[in-house]
Write a protein that binds this ligand. Sequence first.
Ligand code: 4FV
Length: 226
Amino acid sequence: MRVDVLTLFPSAFEGGPLDVSIIKRAREDRLLALHVHDIREHATDRHRSVDDYPFGGGQGMVMRVDVLDTALTHVQAEEAEPGLVVFLTPQGEVLNDAIVRELATHPRLVLVSGRYEGVDQRFIDNRVDREISIGDYIVTGGELPAMVLIDAVARHIPGTLGDEASPEEESFADGLLEHPQYTRPAEYNGWTVPEILLSGHHANIEKWKRDQREERTRERRPDLLE
Ligand code: 4FV
């Protein structure tokens, strides 16, 4: 999979969560190709401005349609096949496991990380395929949301997780939360491990895990059961 990111802060994507562990290895193994692009390189005026005051007044600044459109056209042209354009915004569909799995089926994604109050609506109306939110709260920029999306999607690229885990057997895959996990030491501070997990009785253990997942989901996320 190829992922391009359009951002005003390319350095945010260096030396961070996309440069360690599983994602780092996926990039080294050429399972994931990440290309980060500076939107400001496509500013045309002598102040290299990428934003301006909102028409109709209001607080803050808005990112310019001409700069974003030029930047996106340039990036899309780097490959024969254009990528699915995803704009990270609080106005988007809230990201969940089903959306992550759908995005992971695309050979190329082009993510747009905004800043300021937002971007000119004409860019969204004419050049964006999907608007995605990572949750109902506001962060300072679209960079972290883009990294969250890249990390979640990359886990579904065949070979990325290796035999560590399969995305099929995890929370949300079947709409249930995960069961409690335990490991050595079996004894610590008087805090004990459920006997059943030490019993070696696989059928009983699997039933316990299933019951725990259903109970937790009922208690914590009944919305998932609907
Ligand atoms: C956001 C979110 C988010 C809004 C204005 C960046 C900020 C600023 N993006 N999911 N929640 N974006 O808060 O995706 O430009």
